[in-house]
Design a binder for this molecule. Structure first.
Ligand code: CO
Length: 133
């Protein structure tokens, strides 16, 4: 009985290892994997004020100030957080390249920018279909 359980346990560990290795392989070969990035909100300031990331990056803003702030894109309807209390955070994934300005809707003089660069591994456009005659 004890032997069986131990074999099962070993099988589970093995399966787990395979799963971890598979995940690591996917990340290793997907050059588009972008490290996540963070912006701190403190003293009425977004820090860093200008953040540059690759497309696909999830940016997380964390309010460490002692009053509420929001994170709202100047691009209409792209993203807008609720009021973030101290230690609350808000995340948004930037999928397209471009320059995205944002501000705090409670204190519009608080502004920041996320510059999103095209992911390095972006596939070239597929060749146009050849017309059949
Ligand atoms: Co604010």
């Amino acid at each position: 009985m004890a032997m069986q359980q131990s074999n099962k346990r070993r099988l589970f560990d093995c399966a787990l290892l395979v799963a971890v290795l598979a995940a690591a392989t996917i990340f290793a070969f997907d050059g588009g994997w972008a490290a996540d990035a963070s912006v701190k909100i403190d003293n009425f300031t977004f820090e860093p004020q200008v953040l540059t990331v690759k497309a696909g990056t999830t940016v997380t803003w964390k309010n460490v100030d002692d009053i509420p702030h929001t994170v709202a894109s100047k691009t209409p309807k792209l993203f807008k957080s609720k009021a973030l209390d101290t230690d609350d955070s808000f995340s948004f994934t930037f999928t397209e390249a471009g320059t995205f300005d944002y501000f705090c809707s409670l204190h519009p003089h608080m502004t920041g920018t996320v510059k999103v660069e095209a992911a390095a591994s972006e596939n070239p456009p597929a060749p146009a279909a050849v017309a059949m005659h």
